[in-house]
Design a protein around this ligand. Sequence first.
Ligand code: SF4
Length: 462
Amino acid sequence: MCGVFGIRSAEREVARLAYFALFALQHRGQESAGIAVSEGGRLTALRDMGLVAQVFNEQQLQALPGEVAIGHTRYSTTGGVHWTNAQPLVHHGRTRTVALGHNGNLTNAGTLRDELIADGIRLASTSDTEVIAALIARDPAPLPDAVAATMHRLEGAYSVVAIVDGTMVAFRDPHGIRPLTLGRIGDDWVVASESCALDLVGAVVDRDVRPGEVLWLDADGMHSAQAVPEGRGAACIFEHVYFARPDSRLGGTEVHTSRVRMGQKLAEEAPTEADLVMAIPDSGTPAAIGFAKASGIPYDEGLIKNRYVGRTFIQPDQELRAQGIRLKFNPLDEIAGRRVVIVDDSIVRGNTMRQLVSMLFDAGAAEVHVRISSPPVVSPCFYGIDMADEDELAAAHRSVEEMREHIGATSLHYLSLDGMQAATRMPEGSVCRACFTRSYPTAVPKDGRTKLRFEMAPVLGP
Ligand code: SF4
């Protein structure tokens, strides 16, 4: 995951706008947050562990003056959860200093790291992101050429914002796997992972950054180049299913609308007799609304979500762990004696769904029909979504009936691949669906995902 934002404005308080934009991108990463600014070429960066509201205060924002700002919220896929991997990363190279925020995941980071280290370059972090910064920072070519040369070396997913010598740069991988949107506030340009961040800062959407395109914003305005040829379109379909905020627009469609359609199609494909349609809040809510609309079964709340439970580092004891799901959800009395349809966007490991189904039966539900608004997740993501390894994916080696037994539901149905695709209104050849199909748009590492593979590796050059 991860959220990125960038702005150049001589008139506006760029750090404050980045700060607000990061609130809109908080759902894309809650491990750390950061902002880097440039004032007349002087770079300052502030990043720390935690949520945006925990990292920044008024005093700190006032200490970030400048005409260029980039921001980042992190959810790690390569590199551990610690301060050195918080972004924007700042890398001091032979040619230039680069502050950089990245959404995505490189599939050739190991090779590139080895090459940089062999070249005597010191890497301070254990993420794939610093590789991008280091390649740009050591290249003696003019900035746009250095970025283009770097993009030619990168494989996998990257939507990037950076500040280099006072210039804001944004670029996207040739498949456009992760989103990146360009907007305007008056005469000023902004980029963000999702349009909801543009809405929040009062910007209007101009267009998506094109796959393979690099943008750079300097005192003369915005410039654009097709740095690498556009490849086969592979926008992540899981952004439509779950990751993106429902009020963002992807491929011209509001995400909420796509999810309601997924629920409608699911009701058409897998109807059932029931008294109540409910969602696993909030991820299943739009699809549950769609399911209720199409089926005519009333939609109601059946589970109350505790919205104050973030990532907790406090391990519950044995007794509490057994009912750990109640930390997040509690059922309402009204499900007692009723046949319920419960809708969620996906099943990954299956533990949460199994606990929820059991909790609903304990609360007196007569039947629990589980409906999932995407197909079974059978293969891991190598492009920036920390789902799970294949052996942890509940559906990877189980039939739908075995999955039903595994979660203990009365019935279980998934939305078909075609149903999901149609709901997004995106052409089939323009998206990545690899976690459902095992058909990846690029080469992926044969040894699977290894998130912490650089933690033990030497990070200093000779
Ligand atoms: S593998 Fe799945 S989650 Fe990863 S980019 Fe492709 S569709 Fe998205």
